[in-house]
Design a protein. Structure first.
Length: 461
């Protein structure tokens, strides 16, 4: 049990850091003078670097030992958190966030791989359910913790406390891992694939960079050239991986995983779920603080509402997944979509005069939906993965979520920041947020359809 606690704390740190910064963005912008592009890159630098390096991080654990790579990744993550906390400007902070994401990319795949090789049968399914719950809760608890720490202004640190809190937690996690987690590696683990690493990272960067900055620069010609080139590079990566697999070489990813329609469908749904989370959480925080002009302290109760809902939804998913299977995350997607439809109409009608209770209460249902989706997807997609593919599956699953989140934040430049540049307040922000909700609802419909590829039952054998 202590092994599970240690690795889940590491996953919680990562999940929190993916969203904790959202609530502090207005304070960071005011303190550092960050531009609208920098505001987007502060969260995106973490999620994008994390997504780019996750597959490699999973393979490193297979090759050099999961315990060793887990501790090394935790150490880098903790050091980068310190650098974030002492950052003197937006450029320094973005660079430190990128290093933080790289450390997480080494740390997090070992969490899922360790669960896969440590637990069997029903206990394995439950452990994956808890993993999904932590992923979900971290995403919704992040804004709460960010708002509370920023508002509390502990020792005059302000927003810096959201990063410095990782120092004692990261140190304790590394020490407990050194003492309690057994070393594990695949006896026939493949070598790293440098060409595959280069192609996948380059392709993803060519897609994500123009999506992040293209809107602010009014979509110049080079942004479209980069997008097309990125698609071509990723196509070359897939071809290279297939050729390596046919020849019995050491491909970067285990393509055999995609022979399972459940894993492929779950991975696609996870990608869309990340996009939904990235767009909604970022724009909602800006709507509450810049549109309704709530201070971080006033925003904290709103974050508590979505977090409590997420906790309840994740608990329901963990309890019901074995009986209701894919219906649980599908029901969560429907719950979010229906609630946001009513929320959009309310925001459009009330604008900046929207009452606090009306702005906050629906978030309990939205959070419950997020919890049901996050916890349900993890268990259904990953519970049937064999030990031999644990590292590859862990890297791919987390890549889908984090890349989706990064792309969601990038998409905000089109659906939100294009209509409400960073620093805007009042009606301009509320109208941009109301418009962005329709994009979120459309993505939820796509995610709901993809979930039909998930298994009807979890194989716990």
């Amino acid at each position: 049990m202590i092994i599970l606690v240690v690795v889940l704390i590491a996953e919680l740190m990562n999940a929190l850091d993916g969203s904790i910064v959202h609530a502090a963005l207005p304070s960071i912008q005011a303190d550092t003078g960050a531009s609208s592009a920098a505001v987007q890159w502060i969260p995106a630098a973490y999620t994008l670097t994390f997504a780019l390096a996750l597959i490699t991080g999973g393979r490193l654990g297979d090759l050099y030992g999961r315990k060793r790579v887990f501790i090394a990744g935790t150490a880098v993550f903790t050091l980068a958190s310190l650098l974030c906390g002492i950052a003197t400007g937006p450029e320094f902070l973005v660079a430190a966030r990128a290093l933080q994401g790289a450390g997480a990319a080494a740390m997090v795949p070992q969490v899922m791989a360790t669960i896969a090789v440590t637990f069997d049968g029903e206990s394995r399914a439950k452990a994956f359910g808890l993993y999904g719950m932590i992923m979900s809760l971290g995403g919704v608890l992040g804004p709460v913790l960010g708002a509370v720490l920023t508002s509390a202004d502990i020792a005059g640190l302000g927003w810096r406390a959201i990063f410095l809190i990782n120092l004692p937690i990261g140190l304790a996690t590394a020490l407990f891992a050194l003492r309690f987690i057994p070393e594990s590696r695949e006896q026939q683990a493949r070598r790293l694939d440098p060409l595959g690493m280069l192609l996948s990272s380059t392709g993803l960067l060519l897609l994500a960079y123009p999506l992040t900055v293209g809107g602010e620069k009014h979509w110049p010609a080079w942004s479209f050239v980069m997008l097309v080139t990125g698609v071509l590079v990723l196509a070359a990566f897939v071809a290279q991986q297939r050729a390596k697999t046919r020849k019995g070489g050491s491909a970067l990813i285990a393509l055999s995983l995609f022979e399972s329609k459940a894993f492929a469908g779950g991975l696609a749904a996870q990608l869309v779920f990340g996009l939904v989370s990235g767009v909604f959480l970022l724009t909602w925080v800006l709507f509450m603080q810049s549109g309704l002009r709530l201070s971080p302290g006033q925003f904290a109760p709103a974050s508590v509402a979505i977090s409590l809902g997420g906790m309840a939804g994740a608990m329901l998913a963990s309890t019901w997944a074995g009986r209701h299977m894919r219906r649980v995350p599908q029901a969560g997607a429907v719950l979010i979509a229906c609630t946001l439809t009513g929320y959009q109409l309310l925001v459009s009608a009330q604008q900046t005069g929207m009452p606090f209770v009306a702005a906050v209460a629906p978030m309990i249902l939205v959070g419950a939906g997020f919890g049901m989706v996050g916890a349900g997807l993890a268990g259904l997609t990953l519970s049937q993965v064999g030990h031999e593919d644990a590292g590859s599956a862990a890297g791919l699953f987390n890549t889908a979520m984090q890349l989706g989140t990064a792309l969601g934040i990038a998409t905000a430049s089109v659906v939100f920041f294009h209509h409400s540049p960073a620093g805007s307040h009042g009606t301009n922000v509320t109208e941009a947020f109301a418009g962005s909700i329709w994009y979120v609802i459309a993505a939820l419909a796509v995610m709901w359809a993809l979930m039909f590829r998930l298994p009807k039952a979890v194989n716990t054998a």
